[in-house]
Design a protein around this ligand. Structure first.
Ligand code: NAD
Length: 256
């Protein structure tokens, strides 16, 4: 198989989905690029994952909501590919995201803009930067991160701005899928329910946790490996006929 590179945003959080996804790509033999806010941390995580799995890896600072930062990060990655340090880009996985538990009337425009910017605008900017190389190669995978909150109308701590931003990602995914349909590049989204990561820290307590678990037919939240496994499938040739699709990964908590 041709070796390719997966670009993963939001992949430096300890116990986070992005880190599990980066590790899974590396385990499957892909080169890995990690884009996240802290440049030193992205380099450290990329270095660790690359050496543990014996694959090329590169980390760059990138606030996904900042167009200039995305342009710079893309240029740095493209230079690594051109220099032969990384295989050609084959997947872009938009995982960077923030949530907000603030009730609607207590939100302000700054909070709304921030949550929309990181989740939705970040997905737009990063996808737009890395898509041309995959279109040129005639093969690629874009994966976007929505949430059950977009489908169900909020979650325990993902309220209106978060649900709106994650719903925007579903529309983005379907419309872009239609535009690039026969290019060899696919774009699909996932809608996880609750996943055991640090995004929940400060937003939950044992009582809320018990309520969340009771509401899930499987009786527990997902592990990060249960998310990265689906992303590995979407990145494979087996998923070649999925275009603009969404995959629910919610333990049965929302069926439709
Ligand atoms: N954990 C869950 O229950 C759950 C459920 C559904 C969807 N999601 C989504 O999955 C994604 C990852 O969630 P997680 O639980 O691993 O969260 P997390 O907080 O552990 O990780 C988020 C990562 O995004 C990075 N990030 C934040 N803002 C950024 C920015 N502006 N630019 C670049 N990187 C930025 C953070 O540094 C961090 O590495 C998010 O989009 C989240 O909305 C999570």
């Amino acid at each position: 198989m041709t070796q390719r590179t997966a670009v993963i945003t939001g992949a430096t959080s300890e116990r986070g989905i992005g880190m599990a996804v980066a590790e899974r790509y590396a385990r499957d033999g892909w080169g890995v690029v990690i884009l996240d806010l802290d440049g030193a941390r992205t380099a450290e995580v990329a270095q660790r994952i690359g050496s543990e799995h014996g694959v090329p890896a590169f980390g760059a600072a990138c606030d996904v909501a900042d167009e200039q930062a995305v342009t710079q990060a893309h240029a740095a990655v493209a230079a690594e590919v051109d220099a032969g340090h990384l295989p050609t880009i084959g997947a872009v996985v938009n995982i960077a995201g923030i949530t907000s538990p603030v009730p609607f009337l207590e939100t302000d425009l700054a909070l709304w803009n921030k949550v929309m910017a990181v989740n939705a605008t970040g997905t737009y900017l990063v996808t737009k930067a890395f898509l041309p190389a995959m279109l040129e190669a005639g093969w690629g995978r874009v994966i976007t991160m929505s949430s059950v909150s977009a489908q169900r109308g909020g979650g325990v701590f993902g309220k209106v701005p978060y649900s709106a931003a994650k719903a925007a990602i579903l529309g983005f995914t379907k419309a872009l899928a239609r535009e690039i349909a026969s290019s060899g590049v696919t774009i699909n989204s996932i809608t996880p329910g609750a996943v055991d990561t640090n995004i929940r820290v400060g937003n939950t307590n044992p009582e809320i946790e018990a309520r969340i678990a009771a509401d899930i037919p499987l009786g527990r939240v997902a592990t990060t490996d249960e998310i990265s496994g689906v992303i590995a499938f979407l990145s494979s040739d087996d998923a070649s006929y999925l275009q603009g699709a969404n995959i629910d990964i919610n333990g049965g908590s929302h069926m439709h």
